[in-house]
Write a protein that binds this ligand. Sequence first.
Ligand code: PLP
Length: 433
Amino acid sequence: MTSNNEAIASRAEVVIPGGLLSPSRRLGAPVAFAKAEGPYLFDADGNRYTDYHCAFGANVLGHRNPAVFNAIAEVNESVDLIGAGVLELEVEVAELLVSAIPCADQIAFCSSGSEATYHALRLARAYTGRKQIIKFQGGYHGWHDYVAMNGQSSRQMMNSFDPMSDGILYDAARHTKILPYNDATAVEEYIKANPGEVAAIIIEPIAHNMGAVIAQHQFLRDLRRITTENGVVLIFDEVITGFRHALGGYQSIVGVTPDLATFGKAATSGYPIGLVAGCREIMERVGRTGEGAVFMGGTFNGTPSSLAAVKATVQELSKPGVYDRLFDLGDYLRKQIDQIIARHGIKAQTAGFGSVWLVYFFDGEFSEYADLLRNDNELDMRFRRALIAGRHIFQPLQLKRLYLSLSHDQSVLNDTLELIDTAMADLARSAAA
Ligand code: PLP
């Protein structure tokens, strides 16, 4: 008999390309979700899953957090999308963010992280009058043509032009230079060899799109120095790190302030938002009319329900001890998994920061994408499939990060650790056979 999951997935195949809203949503089996609550998801056949995907990291508070839920219901009592003039809610949220984010004199709203990085890069090009962008191998900044390249590249394609999609306009993409992460010398040499050409450096200050490669603090300080000396705009893409690791983003932790920063995902704990934050001198281009104006349109920019979600999320994340709890949960999980790995003698290690975690299947140090090519992708995938079979949700793709939310508690993690123990024991047994 066909299950509800299979029936819904087959209908999806007919009317939705690939049956899913993005290829990254593929789980390897037909699962149609029907309900979400705290750390759990429920499918159309009533099965319960523990969620370590957290909506690509957006969901930091846990599913259907009552504070966010009620804030949206409340705003809907008075307004929906108006798209003209200004709302006090817009001002209130911008004021909250300006006081939290070190680089922010002003904030512009859009609807997704990709829109935010697009607008930040357009702003940087307008401000500098230059064309080129530096992006790092393994980073992801959204789907648009300026940056949709060089994610999980093969060794051959690493650091050269490796588009993520057919249809990307080479003329738009060719101005993006790919360099290795954590290599300030490569950045400085490139900028010096191309004087007056580079408009911006865009960087994830923790490269969560290759798991959790953390930028060395000195590297970020060097980027700040090099960009200042050469008139280049420094953009921190904090779409993952922002709000999840600190309200003011990773910049508030590391103490390096970029010129512009982009946010999305966890800013609303699950509703569409993109934010561009930055210094007045650059941001004022968005508000200008006439010469030098940077157009940042969008019917849904600052949708009131999303802004209500930002406000409620910021209020929840501002409560005492919230980040300590997120970091403690992440540290507990990583420590326990490292003990399991050691017990089973597997060549692997945990990585992560705060509530973002994963297991790399190699040992030794890593600081850039090339190091991650040592990952045993087959073991990684077998581990992921075993957890997914045990009704845990995250992407079945090597090197992809997993998340926790504030609704995950130690007992949820302990159930997962039991499953991880079994999965690692199986991997160890098959390696020995
Ligand atoms: N920047 C980073 C660092 C991301 O991880 C993502 C998405 O995963 C984006 C930008 C794009 O955000 P969105 O998917 O909301 O367009």
